[in-house]
Design a protein around this ligand. Structure first.
Ligand code: BTN
Length: 224
């Protein structure tokens, strides 16, 4: 896929949309060193200071489930080369209880954008996310080549996008953490305490409190 490297932008997902509208050939990836309006899931901000890797992969339109699982597996396989990480359903990458990477999938009429933010060389985070965010540097005390990490991530996305969804889901299923009691936080503000029993190919969670779809669950908080 074609690669576009930029120094700074609002959001690589928005730059990707602009490129799509301008007729740039799909597939491609936009990678930025910094974002001024980085976006996270559920309309949240994604704080995007220098040191992180901010990327948006634009693929021919695929289903959101495939896009989410491709993003999660690719991020996992990239990070696990450097330290142990976990996938929290549906697509957060954690070290312990802290978030090290996240995936934001957005659909346009003709393309799918998989936005991936990986915290790499950040040495500190603003107060608001200090307790919940971490980076490769903060975990290992080492600085990393953003280009090397980008290359691994690009290879993984290229490999996974060519697989059919069954195969991607098989890989995802082996990685996603299911064990233990958790709070499910729902889009409508509800919280439910339960244990996850399983996840199916439609990303439905079967839990001790009932069945829920990935579209309803905003995030999972594990109970000690
Ligand atoms: C999340 O909330 O976990 C998703 C975070 C996704 C952040 C990435 S950084 C690159 C791309 N551009 C954005 O504005 N967001 C995504």
């Amino acid at each position: 896929m074609d690669k576009y490297y930029i120094k700074i932008c609002d959001s690589t997902n928005d730059t990707a949309k602009f490129f799509i509208d301008s007729g740039v050939k799909i597939p491609f990836v936009v990678i930025s060193e910094e974002q001024t309006k980085g976006r996270g899931q559920q309309g949240r901000k994604w704080i995007s200071q220098k040191g992180g890797l901010y990327s948006s992969f634009v693929l021919e339109k695929i289903d959101s489930k495939k896009a989410l699982t491709v993003g999660a597996v690719a991020s996992y396989r990239t990070l696990v080369k450097f330290l142990p990480v976990k996938v929290r359903f549906p697509n957060d990458l954690l070290v312990g209880r802290k978030k090290i990477a996240g995936v934001l999938v957005e659909q346009t009429s003709g393309a799918t954008i998989i936005g991936i933010g990986i915290n790499v060389n950040q040495q500190e985070f603003p107060e608001v996310i200090k307790e919940v965010a971490t980076s490769l540097f903060l975990e290992t005390g080492l600085l990393y080549s953003l280009q090397e990490i980008a290359d691994i991530l690009i290879n993984e996305i290229e490999r996974l996008q060519n697989l059919d969804y069954e195969r991607v889901f098989q890989e995802y299923y082996k990685l996603v953490s299911l064990r233990g009691r958790c709070f499910l936080h729902f889009k409508d503000g509800r919280e439910v305490v339960c244990e996850i029993k399983d996840i199916d190919k439609d990303l439905n969670l079967s839990t001790t409190a009932g069945n829920f779809n990935f579209g309803e669950v905003v995030w999972i908080e594990w109970v000690q």
